[in-house]
Design a protein around this ligand. Structure first.
Ligand SMILES: Cc1cc2nc3c(=O)[nH]c(=O)nc-3n(C[C@H](O)[C@H](O)[C@H](O)COP(=O)(O)OP(=O)(O)OC[C@H]3O[C@@H](n4cnc5c(N)ncnc54)[C@H](O)[C@@H]3O)c2cc1C
Length: 621
């Protein structure tokens, strides 16, 4: 496809509603749906001698998940009610702010109150929304002009889309980035900072010998054999993952720690996982986003890239040959020689997850992981691989429905795991990270009860924590009472009664056998030797848990040029895929190895950009 074949569009997209004060850099919010105050004041309800003008006003602030909208009532010159009317904040984490900040604002008669610790972003968003409501900030509907004649369109500005955009701009392409969210970064905003590769500088400096062949062998051996992966792309990944990390460090300026280890999951033969300076726990991934955003901003300022936030791509456009020639934004079409699809996995699509993977599941993915790239791949006629495989974690208590927000400490002192029939399912303390995933993934109805006795509970060890790796634990007494009340935890004086409550007919026999084994010092069912603590006097408890996930593993089939491939082996031209969309299992097989998510974003973001540039007639060095 030649550059001259593309259509230059100077589209005025009436899709984005820009806040009048917005700046438009990758890390800022630039858009919010217009919503006029419900009782539009003729002038701003400015505070006059401590009083506000009576009325009901609406306002919008920017939280972790996007817009936070409030309704503010002023009566007798005072704020009498604040209600959060709309938000997409993470349940559990944001709840205290949503409950406490409106009341605090009413009590203080001011939008400026102290943020709730642990929910600062949501707290600030509510305060910002109330301030905007009281100041009569009216959101204007403005038109978004596409100012660039794109060689490459990038759909999605998560880590993969950012890598692809920055790399394509580095190679000299004009890049149009379309992101449906109010900010860039996708999952990496909340992810840990690990990344894996073979033969990168930090690894070499740490004195670790590695090779692409050894990396590939680990994929095969740890992933259940070559039949579980796509050897063509697994080999490419093994060969180029190291240079992608070097590029992140040297060209993009990502700050890394000097740690190199085997990662927190399955242990690879060679240490090849490193971490951003933010480390392994939640928040480390934002270091990738920050550095990539800065680099993308440089390209934007140089006139080589344009980023459109709050811009949802609704489909891809195919020509008569079935090649991709652009994208659709509702009924508008934008064309370019090359399109990179980097829309992420489907970890927040309950529909896809239930269709392919789980009966019961909760998601710790951000609400941006909607799986639209899978729809695009279907439109293009791509084949799919590994859609029936999806890794997960065990022990989510489904208090917020599909949105994961609460974890049970599944290896609690002496506790056992039983399935819906009441049978034990594993040697609990001996379960590796991968075993736990398998237990919850393969359990009937994806349901496991964590069963324990009152005597096992300790005030020092929380039975429940939030979802983030650095979340603090909850106080046992309060949380247990709350969960019993809500029907996620069950309490009974006898095991028989507990079994009846959860409908598990074998529970009494299971616990009796377990107690006999504890007395004998040997677990006759699974050989458990650690923490063989008997179920002494009641009461007894059962916690309902489901699996939860942070990324999906299947995806459209691609070749080593990042092009989608049909069942008959032919490649689909004009489009290049990158990131979680292509499926970690297609590269690394049926396992979870540390840093594979970000490794795929870096390696395939670069590969997609290089192939997209070449297709657009831009030389790739
Ligand atoms: C809590 C958590 C912890 C993690 N920790 C690690 C870790 O330590 N190490 C690791 O390697 N991996 C980790 N992962 C996985 C890793 O972060 C992700 O696999 C990776 O960030 C995915 O990047 P992506 O760009 O492919 O997709 P995403 O991050 O999902 O980005 C896709 C982007 O596309 C946008 N988009 C989607 N559809 C459209 C559309 N139709 N139009 C326009 N835009 C669209 C989305 O809004 C989003 O911004 C973690 C994930 C989570 C959730």
């Amino acid at each position: 496809m030649k550059r001259s074949g593309k259509t230059f569009l100077s589209l005025l997209l009436a899709l984005a509603m820009l806040l009048s004060a917005c700046g438009g850099t990758p890390t800022e919010s630039t858009a919010a749906p217009t919503e006029a105050p419900t009782e539009a004041p003729t002038e701003a309800p400015a505070e006059t001698q401590g009083a506000y003008t009576d009325g009901t006003y609406t306002g919008t602030g920017t939280g972790m998940g996007g817009d936070v909208k409030v309704s503010v009532t002023v009566e007798g010159g005072k704020i009498t009610a604040v209600e959060v009317t709309e938000h997409k904040e993470t349940a559990g984490i944001s709840d205290p702010a949503i409950e406490q900040i409106p009341t605090a604002i009413v009590e203080a008669n001011s939008p400026e109150v102290e943020a709730v610790s642990g929910a600062t972003v949501t707290s600030n968003a509510i305060m910002e929304a109330v301030t905007n409501a009281l100041n009569g900030v009216v959101e204007e509907e403005t038109e978004l002009e596409i100012t660039i004649d794109p060689d490459v369109i990038v759909v999605g500005a998560g880590m993969a889309g950012l890598v692809a955009s920055v790399r394509a701009a580095e190679l000299g392409a004009k890049v149009l980035v379309l992101e449906q969210n109010f900010r860039v970064g996708g999952s990496a905003n909340t992810a840990g900072g690990s990344i894996s590769g073979a033969g990168y500088n930090i690894q070499i400096e740490a004195g670790i010998e590695d090779s692409p062949e050894a990396f590939y062998d680990d994929f095969v051996n740890m992933g259940g054999g070559e039949e579980n992966l796509n050897p063509e792309i697994a080999l490419y990944h093994a060969e180029h993952s190291g240079e992608a990390i070097n590029w992140l460090q040297d060209y993009v300026g990502v700050e890394f720690s000097d740690t190199v280890d085997s990662g927190g999951y399955l242990t690879m033969n060679t240490d090849r996982v490193t971490y951003t300076a933010g480390g392994a726990s939640s928040g480390g991934g934002s270091y990738f986003v920050e550095a990539l955003s800065n680099k993308l901003n440089e390209a934007i300022e140089a006139g080589n890239a344009q980023l459109c936030l709050d811009t949802m791509v609704t489909d891809i456009v195919l020509d008569d040959n079935g090649d991709v020639v652009g994208v659709k934004l509702d009924d508008m079409e934008i064309n370019a020689p090359s399109t990179i699809i980097a829309t992420g996995g489907y970890g927040y699509s309950e529909k896809w997850l239930k269709e392919y993977n789980f009966t019961n599941i909760t998601s710790n993915d951000p609400s941006t992981a909607i799986g639209s790239g899978l729809d695009f791949a279907h439109t293009a006629g791509a084949a799919f691989d590994n859609m029936d495989y999806c890794s997960c974690y065990g022990g989510s208590v489904p208090v917020s429905g599909f949105q994961a927000s609460l974890r049970c400490t599944i290896n609690y002192n002496g506790a056992i795991w039983v399935n819906i029939d009441g049978d034990r399912v594993f040697n609990e303390p001996a379960a590796t990270s991968m075993d736990k995933r398998t237990v919850w993934r393969t359990a009937e109805e994806n349901t496991i009860y964590v069963v324990l006795a009152e005597s096992m509970l300790s005030d020092d060890e929380p039975l429940f924590t939030g979802m983030m790796s650095n979340s603090e634990g909850f106080t046992n007494e309060e949380k247990i009472a709350e969960l019993i009340e809500q029907g996620y935890m069950f309490k009974a004086d006898t095991i028989e009664e507990l079994g009846e409550m959860i409908g598990a007919e074998n529970l009494a026999a299971t616990v009796e056998q377990y107690n006999t084994d504890c007395a004998a010092g040997e677990d006759s069912v699974f050989g458990r030797t650690d923490n063989l603590v008997p179920f002494e006097e009641g009461p007894y408890y059962a916690v309902l848990t489901y699996p939860y996930l942070m990324m999906t593993a299947g995806g459209p089939r691609i070749n080593d040029q990042a092009q989608m491939v049909r069942e008959d082996g032919t490649a689909i031209g004009g489009a290049y895929l990158a990131g979680e969309l292509i499926g970690s299992a297609n590269i690394a097989g049926h396992n979870t190895i540390g840093g594979i998510g970000h490794g795929i974003c870096a390696t395939w973001g670069r590969r997609a950009a290089e192939m997209a540039c070449e297709n657009a007639g831009i030389a790739v060095e």
